[in-house]
Design a protein around this ligand. Structure first.
Ligand code: PLP
Length: 406
């Protein structure tokens, strides 16, 4: 892989017409380490956030040994990156054949569920393989209420009374049992974990069975951009959120049982940026060579303002406008689909024009993992970049205040 100091160097050297992913392995290692050091339990990286081999291999090298997986494709990807990895199969709704594959071929012994029919599926395979149920840990997924960009409890999780019943049922069978939840991705309220812990405490007390673990899921937010004309959203940074979570865990009496977290976004967001090219400027609209069917679908559905840095094409000799004036531009994606328009603008100098490049920062989570081949576009070019996105020249429309490594 070619290596450059900055994405700007890469853009000016390669003059790419296709999107280019700029990978920063040192940033990935630092952010993984920051999480592992701060969380008072085991850290299992959520593979769906970014399952690229180079990401999994870099994490493995940085010491990540536990991975949260959801499908045979993810089992295989983790195994290839780290043969001795431990995998937690935390998808609550699984195919019978996938459960068999997990238990028989991959030796997975930790699973999540939120319904008694799923207990029956797991038990069927345990019996067929003649396994001792006591070698398996079943996490019962609890519904939560909170504020996040993505509310996962609309889809998964047992209501508290149902969770009590499931814990007791699994315990009676002889499984070890735990409680897990996922408060939603990119939480927008730091009290979200505390509400989930209060609910987990209620369930624990009613169930009255020995707990083998508590899994607090993911949800830890990454830092993105914001409208520069408005106040920066009032969300604490990662260190504060973790400090609060630690004290909430203490307060609710969960500190003395084994803890697990399944972070995705907060581990990989910063380690990629993406160079895109302006294919056409039409008034206040920019048509770029990526979009919601490639790397930008998470920002579209999550209404995330992406931090964008202007990389002017030096070959353009004439420009209109004031280079110091930052304007919002509507961003249209590469495909012919009319919904392929970002839900939030890019903030860029008024002078941006056809042929220029834009570096989109903090784009490592739910970007390349969600690429489709729709309309024949499939970005797949990678370079390595050594300087973190938030170092050096500030990106337009993006005030970097705290970062995880601080
Ligand atoms: C998606 C997911 C995660 C990761 O969530 P982030 O918000 O990216 O940290 C963790 N656990 C489960 C079960 C998930 O589905």
């Amino acid at each position: 892989m070619q290596s450059f100091s900055t994405a700007k160097d890469a853009a000016l050297h390669l003059r790419p017409d296709e999107p280019v992913y700029c990978f920063r392995p040192e940033v990935l290692k630092a952010d993984a380490k920051a999480f592992v050091d701060a969380f008072p339990g085991e850290t299992a990286y959520a593979v769906k956030t970014n399952g690229e081999p180079l990401v999994l291999e870099t994490l493995a090298k940085a010491g990540m040994r536990i991975f949260d997986v959801a499908s045979p494709g993810e089992f295989a990807a983790v195994k290839a990156a780290r043969p001795d990895a431990e995998m937690l199969y935390m998808h609550p709704v699984k195919a019978q054949s996938d459960i068999r594959l997990a238990l028989e071929t991959y030796g997975i012994r930790v699973l999540a569920l939120d319904h008694e029919d799923e207990v029956a599926k797991v038990l069927r395979i345990v019996r067929a393989l003649d396994l001792d149920p006591g070698t398996l840990t079943i996490f019962v997924r609890l519904q939560t209420k909170g504020h996040a960009m993505y509310e996962l409890s609309k889809k998964f999780g047992a209501a508290p009374a149902h969770a009590v019943e499931l814990l007791q049922r699994c315990h009676r069978i002889g499984f070890k049992v735990g409680i897990c939840f996922h408060v939603g991705s990119q939480i927008e309220d730091p009290d979200t974990y505390e509400r989930a812990l209060a609910s987990a405490d209620w369930v624990r007390n009613r169930a009255d069975v020995p707990l083998a673990g508590l899994d607090v899921g993911g949800g830890f937010p990454a830092e993105y951009g914001h409208d520069p004309r408005r106040k920066k959203p009032d969300m604490p940074g990662f260190p504060e959120i973790m400090t609060q979570l630690r004290s909430d865990l203490d307060e609710w009496g969960f500190s003395d049982i084994p803890l697990v977290a399944e972070p995705g976004r907060v581990i990989v967001a910063r380690c990629f940026s993406l160079i895109v090219r302006v294919l056409l400027r039409k008034g206040k609209r920019l048509y770029i060579n990526d979009g919601i069917w490639s790397s930008l679908s998470d920002s579209w559905t999550g209404k995330i303002t992406l931090p964008a840095r202007f990389i002017p094409d030096p070959a353009r000799t004439h420009r209109n406008g004031n280079p110091d004036r930052i304007e919002s531009f509507k961003v249209c994606g590469a495909t012919c689909d009319s919904v392929d328009i970002l839900s939030r603008p890019f903030w860029l100098p008024e002078t941006v024009d056809t042929g220029d490049w834009i570096e989109i920062g903090h784009i490592g989570a739910y970007s390349l993992s969600l690429r489709t081949r729709f309309n024949g576009f499939y970005p797949d070019t990678f370079v390595e970049v050594t300087t973190p996105f938030d170092e050096g020249e500030a990106a337009e429309g993006y005030a970097s205040l705290e970062t995880m490594a601080d």
